[in-house]
Every structure is written in C-alpha cells, then in structure tokens.
Design a protein around this ligand. Structure first.
Ligand SMILES: [Zn+2]
Length: 262
C-alpha cells in the first residue's frame, strides 16, 4: 500500500480499536504498515470490561501499543459500582496510559442517561485518584458532559473525535483538556469542523484514527487503520497553515505530554 503523504516526523495514533475482530486477519501487517508511515505508537482504548484483557494483551505483543481502560457509555447499561475496582486493577498495568473510553452518548441511547452519568462520574473520579488522563466520548451530549466535567476533579484528558461546537471546544479547553481529530476533518462537507481545527491552540491538538471507523479521504468507506493518521495530519496541517512536519512534531509532543509516553 502506498501512503501518499510523506511524514518527516513521527506521529502517534492516539485512538485506535486495534483489538477489534476486523483486524484479526492482518494485525501484524497493520502495525508494520503504520510504523513504515512513521506511526510507531498507538493508543488502544477499551470499551467494556470484557475487552480490557484483550487490549492489555496487545500492549504486551507490540512495543509501541499502549492502552486505556474503562467503560464506554454504550456499554454502561448494566453498570455496577463494583466495576470501578476492576478498572482500577486493570489500570495498574504498566502500559495503561489513560482511563477510557468513557463519556456520554445520546445518539445511540444504549443506556439510560442516569446510568451513563454515574458511570462517567465514577470513572472521572478514578482517573483523578490515579492521576491518569481520560479519553472522552461525546455524542450529542455536549451540555451534560461539560457540566459533569466541571463538577469532577479530573482535569487531564482529551475529548476524542471532536465533533461538537466551538462553544463546547472553548469550555473543554478552559478546563485544560485536549481535542482529538479524526477522519471527518478530511471530508468534503466538513468546513465547520475544519474551522474549529484551525482555531484550537497548537499545544492542545491531538490526531487519531478511531480505526476501524471514520476512515479519512481517500479511503472513506473502507476499513480505517493507524497508518491513515498521516492523511489526517496532512489535512489538519493545510487547514492550520503549517507544514506536516511542524504539525507532527507538535501533536506528537502533545500526546507524549498528556499520556506520559515521551
Ligand atoms: Zn473509539
């Protein structure tokens, strides 16, 4: 496969579901292709207790793979407070760099809002207790997630695959969080999102694929993979009027600082 974007500096894919079945056939090749494209480090967030073990196993298998552990809002319907102890135990693993992915999702509405709120609150408290950053999922739930963050002691983390308004961006940035951008910044009709990407402070910007989802142009519709973070970098650099090398240096430093993997 030819990656048409030449990257002079290293990039980090700060959000990839590398444990998914869709990568079972060719996971080694995918990690190798990413490394060839300059993406030597990948952060893999868990979604529920069941895949925490699989995610941790990947970190032992691949040197450049790191993990986040936590319960996704769409997997929180059966939330029990005791789960927090299991997440705390998983978080002791030396390659766990964050609690995630956690948050709110009112689009799919898989779990009652009150349950989503409780799961998020408890996991934010855990992140603060362990001094770990959080990886936040927010879908059509901006007002509530901002309010819950304001009430929580957690002040380190990223709102991943940012797709909300500039007003939400400002609220989250003011609390000290980073914003992560994915494939949609390359989509034809994403001018509003690109206007936000252009305004984010350079030291709060992260790049991620969310693979296998959200595949950037020119592979939209196909399976996404970490190597494609190069296409996101290319577009974000153009939007911000910097070189890809400058953007790569900046976003890699940001990810190293936030996740402590420098
Ligand atoms: Zn994700």
């Amino acid at each position: 496969m030819y990656i048409g974007v030449i990257i002079c500096a290293m990039l980090i894919d700060t959000h990839c579901h590398l444990d998914f079945e869709r990568f079972d056939e060719d996971r080694d090749a995918i990690v190798a292709r990413a490394a060839e494209a300059g993406i030597t480090r990948i952060i893999v967030p868990a979604l529920q207790l069941e895949n925490c073990t699989a995610v941790l196993r990947l970190t032992e298998q691949y040197e450049g793979v790191y993990a986040a552990v936590g319960i996704h809002p769409n997997s929180s319907a059966a939330w029990e407070d005791g789960w927090i102890n299991q997440i705390r135990a998983f978080a002791q693993h030396e390659k766990v760099v964050a609690i995630g992915e956690i948050g709110l999702d009112y689009h799919w509405d898989e779990s009652p809002k009150t349950v989503q709120h409780r799961a998020l609150r408890m996991q934010l408290d855990l992140a603060a207790e362990l001094d770990l950053p959080v990886i936040l999922h927010n879908r059509e739930s901006s007002a509530d997630i901002v309010e819950l963050l304001q009430q929580s002691p957690a002040r380190k983390g990223v709102m991943h695959s940012f797709s909300a308004s500039w007003q939400t961006a400002v609220s989250v940035l003011e609390m000290g969080f980073y914003l992560g951008f994915t494939g949609p910044v390359t989509f034809k009709k994403a001018d509003e999102l690109r206007a936000i990407v252009a305004r984010v402070p350079a030291d709060r910007l992260l790049l991620e694929t969310d693979a296998p989802f959200l595949t950037p142009h020119p592979y939209r519709g196909k399976r996404n993979e970490p190597a494609y973070v190069a296409y996101i970098a290319d577009r974000v650099a153009a939007v911000r009027g910097v070189t890809v090398a400058e953007l790569a240096t900046q976003t890699t430093a940001n990810a190293e600082r936030l996740f402590g993997i420098g």
